[in-house]
Design a protein around this ligand. Structure first.
Ligand SMILES: [Zn+2]
Ligand SMILES: [Zn+2]
Length: 343
């Protein structure tokens, strides 16, 4: 498979054949674990997935038993969308795809905001995602739900893999090959290496605010529960749903060589990322929800950043560019197995 034009232009294109990811002599690692995920890191990852998830399950009776204050809810929503947009605008549209250029302060703010989503270090996130676009739903894709085949049991297994399982894979995306542009930048490399710091900050800020506002330990505790644990769990599952659900179901109005779909009901929670079929059809576009009524809060914020002069050279998709990517050929219907959804 030839390298696609999904990654930003100045990033050197991977040269070796798919599947054989020789790590080679890694230059400077941008994550503490380097290319190998060590067992400690695997365990930490497992805890990060399980603990917030248990918290989410416990959330329902707790909500009835204790009630949830407006402050807790406010912290949850604020930190949810801070991390979400850090990922979608920063990690994804800016750092991975170069869909706009950012002034230095915005670039750094986006790198930190994205790190606070607790989805792994910046450089690893970007490397994995560029590899996902290079091989999307073919061999070499780190998280395709079609990995195990097309039957229903295989898809069920694949959905689990795409949602969570892939993160435990021993095989790591070589960062010096897929994200050399980020590794080259000392500040971004430092932010990426300080992932633990951003995680602690992300989890500690809500209880700190909650405790100070209510002047009570109980206020700090409920703020930690809702603003940190439940918030992280929810954002994790929504982000992973882009890898699993948005590659298995949804409408496919645009041409892409994979199974990416537009899933309308995830648009608000995913900050506009669930218009995933358009994204794979035109990966450098700063806007994913290109049709009328397709909510894309990330694109809206990029527009505001542009008006403020913080973002420039934004790749807004023109009408003709969008139209040229529409699915018209018969072959595309092969992929339309999923139940049709209302837009
Ligand atoms: Zn995708
Ligand atoms: Zn992408």
């Amino acid at each position: 498979m030839t390298p696609s034009s999904d990654v930003i232009d100045d990033a050197p294109k991977p040269t070796d054949s798919r599947g054989s990811e020789a790590t080679g002599a890694a230059t400077v690692s941008a994550t503490l674990g380097g290319e190998q995920k060590r067992s400690v890191e695997q365990l930490a990852l497992l805890l990060f997935i399980i603990v917030p998830f248990l918290a989410l399950i416990a959330a329902v009776p707790l909500a009835w038993g204790w009630g949830v204050s407006w402050l807790d809810l406010g912290l949850l929503v604020f930190f949810y969308y801070l991390g979400c947009h850090g990922i979608t605008i920063g990690f994804h549209r800016h750092f991975t795809h170069g869909s706009f250029k950012a002034r230095r302060p915005l670039k750094i703010a986006l790198a930190i905001a994205g790190s606070m989503a607790v989805e792994g270090p910046l450089v690893r996130w970007v490397a994995d995602h560029r590899k996902h676009h290079k091989f999307s739903d073919a061999e070499g894709d780190p998280h395709s739900p079609w990995r195990f085949g097309e039957t229903l049991p295989a898809l069920m297994k694949g959905l689990w893999w795409a949602h969570i399982g892939w993160m435990f894979d021993e095989e790591q995306t070589p960062q010096d090959k897929y994200a050399p542009d980020l590794i080259k930048d000392p500040t971004l490399r430092a932010i990426s290496r300080q992932f633990v710091l951003w995680t602690v900050l992300s989890l500690a800020l809500p209880p700190l605010i909650g405790g100070l506002v209510t002047m009570s330990w109980w206020g700090a505790f409920t703020a930690f529960f809702w603003g940190s644990l439940v918030r992280v769990a929810l954002l994790h599952h929504v982000t992973w749903s882009i890898n699993s659900i948005c590659h298995a179901v949804g409408k496919r109005p645009f041409k892409s060589r994979d199974r990416s779909g537009n899933v309308w009901w995830l648009a608000v929670l995913s900050c506009g990322e669930s218009w995933h079929n358009l994204h794979h059809a035109d990966p450098t576009s700063a806007r994913h929800g290109v049709e009328r009524g397709q909510l894309d809060s990330s694109a809206r914020l990029i527009r505001w950043f542009e008006q403020l002069g913080w973002a420039y050279d934004v790749r807004w998709p023109s009408r003709s560019r969008i139209d040229s990517r529409r699915n018209t050929d018969e072959g595309a219907s092969r992929h339309r197995k999923a139940p049709a959804e209302a837009a």
